[in-house]
Structure formats: C-alpha cells, structure tokens
Design a protein around this ligand. Sequence first.
Ligand code: SF4
Ligand code: SF4
Length: 471
Amino acid sequence: MYDVNSTKAEEFINHEEILETIEYGRENAKNRELIKSIIEKARTLSGLSHKEAFVLLSCQEDDLNQEIFKLAKEIKYKLYGSRIVLFAPLYLSNYCVNGCVYCPYHYKNKKIARRKLTQEEIKKEVVALQDIGHKRLALELGEDPVRNPIEYVLESIKTIYSVHHKAGDIRRVNVNIAATTVENYEKLKDAGIGTYILFQETYHKENYELLHPTGPKHNYAYHTEAMDRAQLGGIDDVGCGVLFGLNNYKYDFIGLLMHAEHLEARFNVGPHTISVPRIRPADDINPKDFDNSINDEIFMKLVACIRVSVPYTGMIISTRESKKTREKVLDLGISQISGASKTTVGGYDEDIDSEGSDQFDIADNRTLDEIVSWLMDMGHIPSFCTACYREGRTGDRFMKLVKSGQIGNVCQPNAMMTLQEYLMDYASPETRKKGDAVIEKNLALILNERTKQRTVKWIEEIKQGKRDFRL
Ligand code: SF4
Ligand code: SF4
C-alpha cells in the first residue's frame, strides 16, 4: 500500500540542496579553472554530478560555452553515432480527471472535444502510422480511472502489436500514462512495453502543487516516486523529463539530474531517456501566462549540459519544436525525435473525427518523408531501429553497453538496415535516391571489416525481402 504522506521524494529531490547548488553555480559562473576541470571530467564520459553540471549551465565564459557545445556533439557521436531514432505519439484518449493548469485536457475545460478510441479505431490509427513508415510509438492518455483504466491500456497495446499491414509492424510501444501502482507497472511490463515515460513537469514541490491543484496528480510524492515503482514493477527502461516554462529552468535542471542520480544509485540504472519539452500554445492555454519560458539560447545550453552530464541517456525532442529549433539542438546530443506527429485523439486516420481534441499546437508539421530527407541532408542516419528492446537489451544491460561505448557499433548498422527497409517500403523517389547514397557512404565508414561485411550482407538480404533481423 502506498504511503500518501511519503517524504521519500523530498529526500532525493532535496530543495535545500537545489538552492545551494544554484548559489554555487552563480558564484562559479566565471571560475575558468573549475569549469575547465568539469569539462575535462565530462570528456571521460563518466557523467557529472548535479552540482558540476550546474556549474557548466551557469558558465558565462563564451569560449568555454563553445567548448561545452563541442563536447556535447562529440559525446553524442562517440556513443550513438550519427543515427537519429524516429517515433510518433499515439493519443488514445483525452479524458482526464486532473486539473493541470498548463494542459487543455484538464477536466474543467468544457470547450475541448473529448475522445477515446475504440479498438477498431486504434487499428485504423496503427495502419495509418504503418503506412507512413513508423515502427515505434509513444502512447498518450489522460488519467481517468473509469474511462481509461489499465485494462483499456493493456488491450490497446495488444491491439497495436497485432496489426501487420503490408510491410508494416509496430515493434516498440512506449507508454506515457499517469503515475500508477507497482501492480499496474507489472502488467505493463507483461504487455511488452518499451519505455515507461512520465514527465515530472516541475521538481519544485510548492509550484508543482499549484500547477496541479486537483486530481490524483496533485500528490507530488506519488508522482515523483513513480519511476521507483515502475522499476519495482520490472520496467527497467524509464523516461524522465520536465516541461520547461512551468518553473525556473535552473531549479528543474538540477532536479532532473538529482532524479537521474537517485535512480542510478537505487537501481543501478539511470533514465533510459530524457525529454526536453517546452510549453506550447493550446486551447485554453497561452504560454505567455507562464513567466518562466526559456529562449532558444538557454534551451540549447540545457540540451548540451544534459548531454555531457548523463551521457548514457537517450535524449528526445518532439514536434513541439520548430524545424529551426530542432536543427539547433540535434547536434547537441539529441538521439530521438518524433516526426509527422498528431497530437489529437484519432489524428492519423482520416475517417476518424479528431477535430478539436489537440493537446498542443505542433510547430513542425512536415511529413515523415520530409523529416527523413532533412535528417540525411544534415548528415544523420534516420533510424527506425527497436532492436535493443526486441533483443532484451534493457535496463542495466543496455546501460553497460552504452557506458562501455559499444552501443554505437549496434546502432549504426541497425540504422542503415532500418533505413533500407523504410526506403523500399515508404520513401518518395527523391528520398530513396538520397538514402541509397547515405547508406553507401556510411557503410564505407564502418571500420570493423567483419561488421561491415555483415551489414552489407544483411542490407542485401533486406533488398531481397528477408526481414527477420529483430530490428
Ligand atoms: Fe491530464 Fe496529463 Fe493533461 Fe494533466 S497533463 S490534464 S494529467 S492529460
Ligand atoms: Fe536504439 Fe538499441 Fe537500436 Fe541503438 S541498437 S537505435 S540503442 S534500439
């Protein structure tokens, strides 16, 4: 039974320590020797403490800031190579009993169209997503124990994995649902989910309670300790994040790193991913009402500092951000992006009425083909790989591979193979032509002769229609 008065969250997200860290960063913002020594430590890929990371975030020396950006890029390429993994969100229901003041799905909003997909509609959505080439989804639902019970989530996951349309299949379903019980996390694990994602929104307890005035989400401890319960329920890939703009970004940056430190210390596995959403306009929501918004410059620094501080963690940016902003941060450590996203319930299949059910306005409305082409223009390999999950490389097994620098040896060939699948099944002629050249160029860059020959062979086999590579 969960203790509703738990104070554990306030032990690992220590308010006083955060305030002291902010002060320490302010005092050392121009301490060149200290900053340089922290950059050197980050270069060893051993990660940084929240205190060290915050000194980098506070750095006011231009040349050293450039050094941090350069290092973030180096770390991303060293660990993950040039691949960028693609995914799409799938909204199942926007019924919600919570009162989050920054989200149009809050229960008091009577203007928004409320929708919940039936299993038949979910199948249609999945077919539409497969038809553009997606293999990896993130499920999104509001919290409503009556309308969106765990049984509905489990049934929906089963439905999604059962759909195989033409050459399509969904190979990894990540799940973003409200904080729940260990028993429910066990059920999600048994249903074969990939990452369990839950954004903290803000780590500042007092502001958290003001931003979540009503509903189960109001309980800061229950929400903040959710990742612990997920781990206890057997889900060893968890995805963290804050919604930048809700609270002072310095406070939340430190809180986020403290959370990662806590998970690592307790479970020997830090967050599998960290997302960096910023608040967006939506029905009933004006970002200007929130006075903690951050500009692109600060946003870039945040991304770079997270990258060098938790090098083993994947970093995600969604279509909340424009093409221009995504271009600015892709090279600073982002390893996953969403593409061709719909933030409505039923937005992918044209026959489903999704009108008026949006969670937020999308800033990047391009098609998946355009995104794939654009990534290649910037020197990245668009990847639809889900192999780690399918091969059981999760939790500490996955972390060990990243920390030892081995994961890139798997990511790079898998990126090429899944790109090859995409080019054959879904790409426009121009993208296909571009992709063939990208694959050829990157095959030549593989240094290990055995890996190169194996990848060439497998790509040939994919071209011949063989697809059982557990990608
Ligand atoms: Fe509901 Fe989540 Fe929106 Fe809050 S943020 S109102 S919990 S859907
Ligand atoms: Fe992700 Fe693993 Fe595939 Fe790399 S090999 S892209 S880490 S699933």
